[in-house]
Design a protein. Structure first.
Length: 92
């Protein structure tokens, strides 16, 4: 799937849910930058992301503890292997 086809499907609303989400997020980012400074806008967006992650973690905790249904946590990195490609050397 080429980049041109993806952009064309977003612009022509071939998948209305996906196009609505993309354009809704872009509109809210534009409105945020219109009324706030860059630093405040980035801070609020990062705070909103942190709240969403916290609510997701709380949801998983409640579902595991009280309901007994264990779900995969998308923020766990147990199976992720990170290879060390370079070392940062700081001279004091």
């Amino acid at each position: 799937m080429s980049f041109f086809f993806v952009v064309q499907s977003l612009i022509y609303w071939k998948n209305p849910i996906q196009s609505g989400v993309v354009f809704g997020v872009l509109l809210s980012v534009i409105i945020t930058f219109m009324f706030l400074s860059s630093l405040a806008a980035v801070s609020f967006w990062l705070l909103a992301f942190l709240v969403v992650v916290g609510l997701y973690k709380l949801y998983n905790y409640v579902m595991t503890t009280f309901v007994g249904r264990v779900q995969d946590d998308i923020f766990e990195y147990e199976n992720l292997t990170i290879r060390k490609t370079f070392e940062l050397v700081v001279f004091v």
